[in-house]
Design a protein around this ligand. Structure first.
Ligand code: CP
Ligand code: NVA
Length: 312
């Protein structure tokens, strides 16, 4: 429970209001300017970080983040707790809530996040599931704002798989008034989830943003000031990788595609990148690439999320 007396989770972007995001971004900016600000504010707090999948950025930024705020983290790999097999998520939640102050979880199924959030009395933060990656989306739009852009009407194009990263980015774009175009192969499996797309559009109607679907990547990047991509085969889809390489061939973010956007668009990627597949080496190493800025900002935005959910 935080200052407001309410438990707050981040299962996905709709758990946040525009005002919540504003506070998180302001606090993240303070934290980025000075890593020692808010030091000690989470003294004595313990974070359990559950992970059913691999991770570099998420694990290091959450563990470093809570440490910088004075708290402590316990990492629980799938090997340790085998969520849902050794013990159901609802029981894991009711154990962890007795000991720790916040649960961060990277899982295969969004339902596991929802079970943890429903059954734990402490905040639960989604650190990636099959459907969502809200911490990534927050770092991404924070990055654009940090670089001096107004999110309202900002033209952002996402090219590739309509996956977890795309979903949360659409929802946050809708909430914050971004003009986001999504370009994927026009086959249901690779398109964004219909309900999430509709939800993002509804948010955009309220914020003055726009969420557009355009299967042709050349048309989708027209007017874009940032072009975003992610891997074609996400964790858990390794067996589909070869088929996906064929399906997504036209959706590579390369110099030819970028030449059709606004001059010098930012190139964005949540990482890890598969160079030579969804993004070329040349583009990833170009001056337009802000992928490592995005990665850095995972630290600041997640510290701000932890601070906001735990203390208000
Ligand atoms: N972008 C991201 O979440 O990276 P990791 O999978 O390495 O945590
Ligand atoms: N879509 C990717 C994102 C990795 C951060 C995956 O789920 O593997």
């Amino acid at each position: 429970m935080n200052r407001t007396g309410k438990k707050r989770d981040l299962t996905d972007i709709p758990d946040l209001s525009r005002e919540d995001v504003r506070v998180v971004f302001e606090r993240a900016a303070e934290m980025k300017r000075d890593r020692t600000v808010y030091a000690g504010s989470l003294a004595g707090k313990v974070m359990a970080l559950i992970s059913e999948k691999q991770s570099l950025r998420t694990r290091v930024t959450f563990q470093t983040g809570i440490y910088q705020l004075g708290g402590y983290s316990i990492y629980l790999s799938n090997h340790d707790i085998s969520l849902g097999k050794r013990e159901p998520a609802i029981d894991v939640a009711r154990n962890l809530e007795r000991w720790v102050d916040v649960i961060v979880a990277r899982v295969f199924k969004q339902e596991s996040i929802l079970d943890l959030a429903k059954y734990a009395s402490v905040p639960v933060i989604n650190a990636l599931s099959d459907m969502a990656h809200p911490c990534q989306a927050l770092a991404d739009l924070f990055t654009l704002e940090w670089l001096g852009h107004n999110l309202k009407g900002f033209p952002l194009t996402y090219i590739g798989d309509g996956n977890n990263v795309c979903h949360s980015l659409m929802l946050l774009s809708g909430l914050m008034g971004v003009r986001m175009t999504v370009s994927t192969p026009e086959i249901e499996t690779y398109m964004p989830n219909r309900n999430i797309f509709a939800q993002a559009r509804a948010l955009a109607r309220e914020s003055g943003g726009e969420i557009i679907y355009e299967p042709n990547p050349d048309r989708a990047v027209r007017g874009a000031k940032a072009v975003y991509t992610d891997v074609w085969a996400s964790m858990g889809q390794e067996e589909e990788a070869e088929v996906r390489k064929q399906v997504f061939a036209k959706y590579q973010v390369n110099a030819a595609l970028l030449s059709k956007a606004e001059p010098g668009p930012y190139v964005m990627h949540c990482l890890p990148a598969h160079r030579g597949e969804e993004i070329t080496d040349e583009v990833m190493e170009s001056e337009q690439s802000i992928v490592f800025e995005q990665a850095e900002n995972r630290l600041h935005t997640q510290k701000a999320i932890l601070h906001y959910l735990l203390l208000g």
